[in-house]
Every structure is written in C-alpha cells, then in structure tokens.
Design a protein around this ligand. Sequence first.
Ligand SMILES: [Ca+2]
Ligand SMILES: [Ca+2]
Length: 232
Amino acid sequence: MSRKLRKNGESELRRSPCFENLESRHLLSGNPIISEFMASNESTLRDNAFPRRFSDWIEIYNSGDEAMDLAGWHLTDRPNNLNKWTFPSVILPAEGFLHVFASGNDVPDGSGNLHTNFSLDREGEYLALVQPDGTSLASEFGSTDADYPEQFSDVSYGLTQELAPGGAINTLEDQLRYFQTPTPGEPNIPGSRDLGPIISATTHTPDVPDFGEDVVVSAMVREGAGTLRTRP
Ligand SMILES: [Ca+2]
Ligand SMILES: [Ca+2]
C-alpha cells in the first residue's frame, strides 16, 4: 500500500489486495461494497484467462477504515441464488480496491485475478455482494423486480466517489452513473467524458410513409450523466 501526492497536492491512493495465509491474518472489520462494474468489456481491462482476454469485471471497494478478509463473502447475478460465487481468502485494505473478473471461468487466471462463475449481461440483470451469512446484502444493483440498466461497450457503471481534502475517499452511495472513463482499482471520480443522455428504442410511424406525409418519431431517453437539449 502506498500513498503519493498528485501534482495538484491531492493524495492519490494506490492499494492492491494481497493474499495471506489464514493463520497469519488478523480478523478485522471492514465495509466492502461493489463500487463499479463493466458488463461489456471490449478493450478496457485485460485479464490473463484463455480464451477470453477481456471479461466483464466487478470492482469491490472497502469503505471501512480497517483491512478485512473477503473469505466467505459472495457475488451473484441471481436474486434467488445469493451464494452463487464465494470469495477465497483475500485481504482488502481499508479504502482499498479489488477487481474480480466476471468471466464465468471460476478459477484464478495466470496473473492471480479472481474469476466468478458467472458473467454480466449488458442488456441488464442483477448483481449483488452478499455477506458470509448468505442472506445479508452489502451491495445490490437491480432487484428481484428490476434489472440494472442497459450497459455499453467499455463504459462502466457504479457509485460516484470524490476525494476529500487529505485524500480520503467519499462514496456517494445514492449517486449511480455511467463512466466513460472506467477506473478499475481507482476511485470513481467523475470525468469530463461522462455519458450523456441515452437514446434507445427509436421508432417511427407510419413505417413506410408516403411522399410528403408527416412522420412521428418516438424514442426512449434515459438519463446518463448529462442533460438533453432539444430544439423544435
Ligand atoms: Ca449473468
Ligand atoms: Ca473505480
């Protein structure tokens, strides 16, 4: 774990998880959450698993002030199967980040990255981090009634974070957003390339207009991180 100063004087946190023997670790409390995920990784973060080299990924952040062992915690893409994948022993430092590949491989790759036994659906599905009791939710994207929103290639989705004076990370747990500049292993600081409004399900009536006939165009517009300006 190291801390260094950016040019602007803010502290930059770079903390990597480390594997330790169960016998040597201390049992500490922490507060892990899913801070960011990418359900359509085309070229953002390369893993070392064959044949998939660009797998979906999930970022875990320890928002507590003590290191913790994730052994026994779960990740799942099914609200009716909260114990779908279970973490091995891995120490996550206070304010530390860990990315897990959601490749479906279920075995660590040659670089030591963890891989879940499920992948993520870019059309939207469910994602949760579950406590070792197998029932208590630590983080949830989507619900039993609604999926997380549609995802886009090399755009991540997650919680907004900001750096407080002194470098502490402040997580705004009610501010979900897309990130055009994903940050696996780093705080989710919104950038200048945040995603604008998302326009989908575009249709028009009539399907085959006659020459000179008026056409009504309809579309679904959802909030990204920007606003939509329209002109009549
Ligand atoms: Ca899935
Ligand atoms: Ca991040």
